[in-house]
Design a protein around this ligand. Structure first.
Ligand code: NDP
Length: 252
C-alpha cells in the first residue's frame, strides 16, 4: 500500500473516532455491569472478551512479523510493549474475571472486533511496513523517554486497578461493592484512566499518527464508559463517596 493511502486511512480513522464520540457518550455499551439482552444473541463473557480482543493482537503481530522493513531495535520495543498489553487483555484478563454465568451481546463482540482489527492493522502495518525513521538514538529522545514512562505508569495503574476490581469478589460471587483501595479513593475508574495514560504514552513514544489514532480511540471509548460506570455507582449505592470523580481526580 502506498504510504499516502495508508496515512489517509489513519486520518480517516481518527475522524471516525471524533465523529463517533458524541454517540458513544450517549449509548451505554451493554457489557459488564451494563450487560443487556435487548441487543440480541448473547455469548459467554469470558469468550466474548477473548474473541473481541484477539484481532488487536493477531493482526498487529502478523503485520509486524511479515512486514517488509528489516529488524529495528526501536520498533521491536514498540512491538513488545503493545504485544504484552494485548496478550494480557485478550488471553489472560478474560479468564481471571469472576463473572460466572455472565453473558455479553454478540453485537458488542462484532463491533469491538472491527475496532480492534483496525487498530491492530494500522499500528502493526506502521511498524512493519512504514516506520523506517527510527535510529537507535531515538531511545535517548525526550519523547521516547517521556512516552515509555507514561506507558509503564499507565499499565501499572490499569493492571493493578483491574486486579483490585477482580478481587472484590470471592470465586463464584457475582455482586458489586464499592471499591476503596488505590486510586479508587479519588476516581471510579482508575483502570480506564491507566489505560488512557498508557496509550497516550505509546503515541508519545512512537510520535506517530497510528499511535495518535489509537490514543484518540481509547479516550473516545473509555471516557464515556467511565462516566457511565460512575453514574451507575451513584445510582446503585446511596453511600457512594460524594467527592469521588469518574475518571480524573478532582476534575471529571
Ligand atoms: P470494569 O472495570 O467494569 O470491571 C472489570 C471486572 O471487575 C469485571 O469482571 C467486573 O464484573 C468486576 N467489577 C467491576 N466493578 C466491580 C465492583 N464494584 N464490585 C465487584 N466487581 C466489580 O470493566 P470494563 O469492561 O469497563 O474494563 C475492563 C478493562 O478493559 C479495563 O482495564 C479497561 O481499561 C479495558 N477496556 C479497554 C477498552 C479500550 O478501548 N482500549 C475498552 C473497554 C475496556 P462485571 O463484568 O460483572 O461487571
Amino acid at each position: 500500500m502506498d504510504n499516502n493511502v495508508f496515512y489517509l486511512l489513519v486520518y480517516s480513522w481518527i475522524a471516525v473516532a471524533l465523529l463517533s464520540f458524541p454517540v458513544i457518550l450517549r449509548i451505554v455499551a451493554p457489557y459488564g455491569r451494563h450487560s443487556s439482552r435487548k441487543w440480541g444473541a448473547m455469548i459467554s463473557n469470558h469468550w466474548g472478551w477473548t474473541i473481541m480482543e484477539l484481532p488487536a493482537l493477531v493482526v498487529f503481530v502478523c503485520f509486524y512479523v511479515f512486514g517488509k522493513l528489516p529488524f529495528n531495535t526501536v520498533t521491536f520495543i514498540f512491538f513488545l510493549l503493545y504485544t504484552i498489553h494485548y496478550t494480557n487483555r485478550s488471553i489472560v484478563f478474560p479468564f481471571r474475571l469472576r463473572t460466572r454465568g455472565k453473558m455479553m451481546p454478540l453485537a458488542i463482540v462484532f463491533m469491538a472486533m472491527g475496532f480492534n482489527f483496525m487498530n491492530g492493522f494500522i499500528n502493526g502495518y506502521y511498524l512493519g511496513w512504514v516506520a523506517d525513521n527510527y535510529g537507535i538514538s531515538w531511545l535517548e529522545d525526550p519523547r521516547f523517554i517521556m512516552g515509555i514512562t507514561m506507558f509503564f505508569a499507565g499499565m501499572f495503574v490499569n493492571i493493578s486497578s483491574d486486579n483490585i476490581l477482580i478481587h472484590l469478589r470471592k470465586p463464584g460471587e457475582t455482586g458489586y461493592v464499592i471499591p476503596k483501595a488505590g486510586l479508587f479513593r479519588w476516581i471510579s475508574c482508575p483502570n480506564h484512566f491507566g489505560e488512557i495514560v498508557e496509550w497516550t504514552g505509546y503515541a508519545v513514544m512512537t510520535w506517530s499518527t497510528p499511535g495518535l489514532a489509537f490514543a484518540v480511540w481509547t479516550v473516545a471509548n473509555l471516557l464515556p464508559r467511565a462516566l457511565h460506570h460512575h453514574r451507575w455507582y451513584q445510582n446503585a449505592f446511596s453511600d457512594y463517596p460524594e467527592k469521588r470523580k469518574a475518571l480524573i481526580p478532582y476534575l471529571l
